[in-house]
Design a protein around this ligand. Structure first.
Ligand code: HEM
Length: 215
C-alpha cells in the first residue's frame, strides 16, 4: 500500500510537470510548431499549415485532458469519496482518448519520418482505443481487477509523446541517427515500451493470489 502511494505521488509529479510543459511549449513558446516542423522535409503530401496547427492544438488539449483525468481516476482517495466522480471522469477520459486518436488520424500521414512513422502512428490509433474499450468492457461486466489492469495498460499510452521524444533523443544524440530516423525509431520503441511496462507494473503491484495447499 505504501509502495502504491509512493508510486502514485511520483506519477502525480511527472504528469503535472509534463502537462505544464506541453501547454507552455505548444501554446505559448512555439505555437507555430516551427522547431518541430523544421524537420519535416520531402513530405509526400502538401501540409496545410493552419489546418495542421489547429488539429495539433486540439490533439494536445485532449492529450493533456486524458493524462489529467486518467491520473485522477487512479487516486484511491478520490475513488473512495465519490464513485460518481470516478464514473463521469472516466467517460471524459474515454472521450479524450478517442479525440486524441481522431486528431492523430489527421496528423499521421504527415508525420516526421514518412511512411514508416505513419504506419507506427496508425498502429497506435488501433491499439490505444482497443485497450481502452477493453477497460470499459471489464467494468461493465463488474470485473474490477480486469478493469484496473486494462486501465493501467491504456493510461501508459498517455506517455506516447514523452516516450517518443525521450527515445528519439537517445537515438539521435546517443547513437548518431538522423532526427527523422530517430523519430521513427522512437515511435516503434514507444509502442514496445508502453505495452511492456504496464505488464511489469501489473505483475509487481497486483500479483495473482497463490493457490493455497491447505483446503
Ligand atoms: C497523450 C499524450 C500525447 C501528447 C501530449 C501529444 C502531443 C503531441 C504534440 C505536441 C505533437 C506535435 C509534435 C511533437 O511535439 O511531437 C504531437 C504529434 C503527433 N501525435 Fe501526439 N500526443 C500524445 C499522444 C499521442 C498518441 C497516443 C498518438 C497516437 C495514437 C499520437 C499521435 C500523434 C501524431 C500522428 C502526431 C504527428 C507527428 C508528426 O507530425 O510527425 N499522439 N502529439
Amino acid at each position: 500500500m505504501k509502495r502504491q502511494r509512493f508510486l502514485y505521488s511520483v506519477l502525480v509529479a511527472v504528469c503535472s510537470l509534463f502537462i505544464l510543459y506541453a501547454i507552455i511549449k505548444n501554446y505559448v513558446v512555439d505555437p507555430n510548431a516551427s522547431a518541430f516542423l523544421s524537420h519535416k522535409t520531402g513530405l509526400k503530401r502538401e501540409l496545410n499549415l493552419p489546418a495542421w496547427l489547429n488539429v495539433m492544438y486540439v490533439h494536445v488539449a485532449f492529450a493533456c485532458l486524458a493524462m489529467g483525468t486518467g491520473l485522477l481516476n487512479f487516486s484511491n482517495r478520490i475513488f473512495r469519496k465519490s464513485r460518481r466522480f470516478h464514473r463521469i471522469n472516466g467517460y471524459v477520459y474515454l472521450m479524450s482518448v478517442f479525440l486524441v486518436v481522431l486528431t492523430s488520424g489527421y496528423l499521421a500521414p504527415y508525420s516526421t519520418g514518412g511512411k514508416m512513422s505513419s504506419i507506427g502512428f496508425n498502429a497506435l490509433n488501433l491499439i490505444w482505443p482497443f485497450i481502452t474499450v477493453m477497460a470499459v468492457i471489464g467494468i461493465r461486466k463488474k470485473q474490477i481487477g480486469r478493469h484496473r489492469d486494462w486501465m493501467i495498460r491504456s493510461y501508459a499510452f498517455c506517455f506516447t509523446n514523452l516516450s517518443i521524444h525521450l527515445l528519439a533523443s537517445l537515438f539521435q544524440y546517443g547513437f548518431g541517427f538522423s532526427y527523422s530516423a530517430s523519430y521513427t525509431l522512437g515511435i516503434y520503441g514507444s509502442i514496445i515500451l508502453l505495452l511492456a511496462i504496464p505488464e511489469v507494473l501489473i505483475r509487481s503491484l497486483f500479483p495473482p493470489a497463490k493457490p493455497s495447499i491447505l483446503k
